[in-house]
Design a protein around this ligand. Structure first.
Ligand SMILES: Nc1ncnc2c1ncn2[C@@H]1O[C@H](COP(=O)(O)OP(=O)(O)OP(=O)(O)O)[C@@H](O)[C@H]1O
Ligand SMILES: [Mg+2]
Length: 227
């Protein structure tokens, strides 16, 4: 089944066209790298797929339903561009940041149960950050914050992960570790990965498909040609 199906999508901000005639599909189990120059519309495309912006024309289906009618947000994990640096200013511990994303399960006025605490622990273990649970998020390095942001979305057990330039400002070793983690989540847990990045050579080694966003549309790129 296609998790995402986009047909002839056009979008602009205040009549300035950004995306035109975008058609693409993402299947369950895919690992897709979205590439393209600054301002090509990659972040905009993710926001449209997540229903945060409305298409001018064309259609976007998510898990088989029109994105406007889609409500099952627990199926989706979204890590926006620069999200770690935004979270860094938050006066909360690593554990609290991850637990806060369980609010739809916990409810605003109820206390988290042992089950919720265990889910948080497991998500932090998956990204190798369990020993930092009690630390303030702002006291961690950029790469460590990025991992916490991934744990924050993994805690809901999503079927698809959207990551917008997750390796920006992260060193080579942490970037490698992130790719290894994404490959593992894709291979072992069957999580579909859609990742925007400028690191074309690196993503070409991990992704199953590469899609380049251009003014004329979205084009499939052969990984060999990109490396
Ligand atoms: N909220 C907004 N209002 C008006 N124009 C916007 C808005 N957000 C983005 N744009 C413009 O839309 C175009 C696409 O922006 P977008 O952020 O999607 O690009 P991108 O491909 O993600 O670029 P980058 O690689 O730099 O992150 C750019 O020209 C940008 O200036
Ligand atoms: Mg962007």
């Amino acid at each position: 089944m296609n998790i995402i199906s986009i047909k002839n999508l056009c979008f602009g901000y205040e009549n300035v066209s950004v995306l035109s005639r975008i058609s693409l599909t993402v299947e369950h189990g895919d690992f897709v790298g979205i590439i393209g120059s600054n301002g090509a519309g990659k972040s905009t495309l993710l926001k449209l797929v997540l229903g945060l912006l409305k298409p001018e024309s064309g259609s976007i289906e998510l898990f088989g339903s029109n994105v406007c009618e889609f409500k099952d947000y627990n199926k989706i994990g979204y890590i926006p561009q620069n999200s770690a640096s935004l979270a860094a200013g938050f006066p909360a511990t690593v554990e609290e940041i991850v637990k806060a994303n369980l609010f739809s399960q916990i409810g605003f006025l109820r206390f988290p149960t042992k089950k919720h605490t265990a889910l948080v622990k497991r998500a932090l273990e998956t990204v190798g950050m369990q020993t930092y649970a009690k630390r303030m998020i702002g006291e961690l390095s950029g790469g460590q914050q990025q991992r916490v942001m991934i744990a924050r979305v993994l805690v809901n057990n999503p079927q698809i992960l959207f990551l917008d330039e997750p390796t920006t400002g992260v060193d080579a070793a942490a970037s490698e570790a992130l790719y290894a983690l994404l490959e593992q989540l894709n291979r072992e847990s069957g999580i579909t990965v859609v990742m925007v990045t400028h690191d074309v050579e690196r993503v070409a080694r991990s992704a199953k498909r590469l899609i380049r966003i251009e003014p004329s549309g979205a084009w499939e790129v052969e990984a060999d040609a990109a490396i």
